[in-house]
Design a protein around this ligand. Sequence first.
Ligand code: CA
Length: 226
Amino acid sequence: MRVLIIEDDPAIAANLYDFLEARGHSVDAAADGLTALHLAVTHEFDGILLDLGLPGIDGIALCRKLREEAHLDTPILIVTARDTLDDKLKGFEHGADDYLVKPFALKEVEARLLALHKRHTGKLVSRTLQAGELTLDPKTLSIRFAGAAVKLPPKCIRLLERLMSEPGRVFGRRELETEVWGDTQESSDTLRSHMHILRRALIDAGGRDPIETVHGIGYRLRSDAT
Ligand code: CA
């Protein structure tokens, strides 16, 4: 596995680094948020170990940036001395996948990273989705339409991914809401506004709107989307 350690305590960082490297993993380390952010967007990692108490950008803020700004979906394992429920919830809320309280056993860190990685790769569709001139790589989340790269918020990517999984099929509003937002009762405006952002971004890329509104039912991707 390629692992990024984000930890400002040099002794803990060195411990993690040495252990993981000795176990055959390829390891990078950052002692502050900015370095971490730079490494995370310029290199590919299979897992990120994130300490919450960091100088500069706090770990929770960094977690949010990695998810929302850098659009990374790499599994994030938070390691921290804070053990209150609030901190755990905040971590999950901002995109962390798992949580380990210091002091921890190095073997457990590795086991959790491996488990997260396995779950993550199991979820990924191995092939790039394509419909006409529209492509979506579920691994990198990169999207291209009419020859141009398209940047989208995570929920819009999820919506597009679902529509692209079966071009031409009509997806009901409720079905899309449940799949993208889970069981939380979102107002119909949430889906509509995300659909608007998605379609606007695709049109701005230079192609014809590949999504059709099916009145009274939902949406579908035109099977000839170009
Ligand atoms: Ca720290």
